[in-house]
Every structure is written in C-alpha cells, then in structure tokens.
Design a protein around this ligand. Structure first.
Ligand code: FE2
Length: 212
C-alpha cells in the first residue's frame, strides 16, 4: 500500500516536469561572477595593473536591487578579453567573513581564467612572481595546465590553458562517473556504512586507475 502511493507520487512528479522543448537553450557565456571585497582600490589595482583587465563599470547604491536589503555598497566590474567580467561589492558595514569550516573550501572555491597556451601560463607565472605574488604551480593536470594564486581579497585564482579538447567535452565519461558516485552513496546507505568512507575508497580507486 505504502509502496504504491510512493510510486504514484513519483510518477506524478515525473509527469509534472516540463519537457526539454520548453527550456530556452543554455547560457551563452559568463556574464559576471561576484565576490565581496573590503578594499575596492586594492582590488582595482590588482585586476587592472596586475591582471590587465579593464574597470568597466562601478555602481554605488544604498540598497540591493534584487532583495531591497538596505546595505550601502560600491559594486565594481572588471572585463576579460571575451567580455565576461569579475565583479566585487565593497559594503562598509559588513563584518569580515569568518574562516571556512575546512581549509579545502578555500582551495575548491576558485575562479579559473583561460589563456591561449602553456607558454602564456608560464609567462603569467613570471609576471605574478615579479610582482611579489605567491604562485603555486604550474600544475599539469593532463587535460589542463594551471597556476594558482590569490587576489588581495583572498579569492583563489587560476590561470589555465586546455591541453586536451576533451577537457570540457566528455559528457559520457562524466555521466559514468556520476553513476559510480551515486551508486557508492546508495551502497553505503543500504549497508548502513559511513558514506565518507565508501566515497573515499571510490576516489582512491579512481586515482589508482588513473595513474596505472
Ligand atoms: Fe580549477
């Protein structure tokens, strides 16, 4: 009885989902990604003088248009070669952000900017170091080649170039990996095991497979 009603609900949800034909395509490019800064002048100096981007817009307002929250701010935009932008908000009343609950948050969350070749990545490394910016790498990920550094706000940045045309064009492989990941979670759930342990084992096994 319970099984049937659950199934019915599932079927109903399934049929209520709008068809793909209604989806208006896919987004065309990065418009902007936005971060918080505590020093717009230092941010302008970094993104224009160090990264060579242009300061292309600045908006001062006393409330956030989307939510109406009364937070005065200075909103700045820096443009990359393809027109995509990096944006910042400096809001004097905001307290500093606390540290993340795990240091890996600061590693995983980052902004990667693409350049045309491995040589250009290496030139960026030299340029950043000449400006006394700490650089990690280059790291050869096999599919991309990257260096890592931080802006004055602590935002982790990456300059990278593709090494393989498949780096962003392997949906079959990605779907297969997702299948393995979700199956491992389900196995853990069914067996009453800690999902972290089971997923860690899967990640180790995949790492071994890749390097063998
Ligand atoms: Fe990255």
């Amino acid at each position: 009885m319970t099984d049937t009603s659950t199934k019915d609900e599932g079927t109903e949800l399934e049929s209520d989902r709008p068809g793909d034909a209604l989806r208006p395509g896919k987004p065309t490019m990065l418009s902007h990604v936005a971060y918080v800064t505590r020093d717009t002048a230092a941010t302008v100096d970094f993104y224009t003088r160090i990264l060579g981007m242009e300061l292309v817009n600045a908006i001062l307002d006393d409330a956030i248009p989307s939510t109406g929250e009364a937070v005065p701010y200075f909103h700045s935009f820096f443009r990359m070669a393809d027109g995509s932008t990096v944006a910042f908000f400096e809001a004097p009343e905001l307290p500093p952000m606390g540290p993340p609950p795990h240091p890996a948050y600061d590693t995983f969350q980052h902004l990667a900017m693409q350049v045309d070749s491995r040589q250009t990545v290496d030139r960026w490394r030299k340029w950043l170091q000449a400006n006394e910016i700490d650089v990690l790498g280059p790291v050869d990920h096999k599919i991309i080649y990257s260096i890592y550094f931080h802006d004055p706000n602590g935002v982790r940045l990456e300059i990278t170039t593709p090494l393989s045309p498949r780096w962003n064009d392997d949906e079959v492989g990605a779907r297969a990996s997702l299948g393995e990941w979700e199956a491992a979670k389900e196995r853990a759930r069914a067996a009453g095991l800690d999902p972290v342990t089971v997923l860690t084992e899967l990640a180790r096994e995949r790492s071994r497979r890749r390097s063998s």
